[in-house]
Design a protein. Structure first.
Length: 150
């Protein structure tokens, strides 16, 4: 069964993989997005994620349905979790697990899910920098937007 969730606690990658695993599959692939320490030549100390939760979950479910529809015969099983709140360096911000009897459809579905998630899902990332500043980042291209303070 497919799974989509926004979570505030650390993502349990083993549990996510278990959600898609079964004796009927020959391939289980995963993607983990983690908080890195630099972006656009700026030292990053952490990230804060927020979302329009109802719309984000609805769009994530639509992406999963599209990924499954793109595979002939046997649809993949897909699980996605995206973390919200304050994250530290190295924390997993998004995890995707996909299973299928064969590797090519599993890999294709996983790539489709992460690319569409970045384009369409209303989840916003605010980077925290070593110099004490913060900036919202466009998920589609990781470019920091100037922060407006009133």
């Amino acid at each position: 069964m497919n799974h989509v969730a926004l979570v505030t606690e650390p993502i349990d990658v083993a549990a996510l993989l278990a959600r898609v695993s079964s004796p009927t599959v020959g391939a289980v692939v995963s993607f983990l997005g983690t908080v890195r320490n630099v972006n656009n030549n700026r030292v990053v100390t952490g990230i804060e994620y927020s979302a329009y939760e109802e719309m984000a979950q609805r769009e994530m479910r639509a992406i999963v349905a599209e990924a499954a529809a793109n595979v002939e015969n046997v649809p993949p099983t897909i699980a996605i979790e995206h973390r919200l709140g304050e994250l530290s360096l190295g924390d997993v911000s998004v995890a995707i697990a996909v299973s299928h009897p064969h590797r090519a459809p599993a890999l294709d579905a996983c790539r489709y899910v992460i690319e569409e998630l970045k384009k369409r899902v209303p989840i916003w990332k605010r980077e925290h920098y070593a110099d004490g500043t913060r900036a919202w980042v466009d998920n589609r291209n990781s470019v920091a937007m100037p922060e407006v303070i009133h």
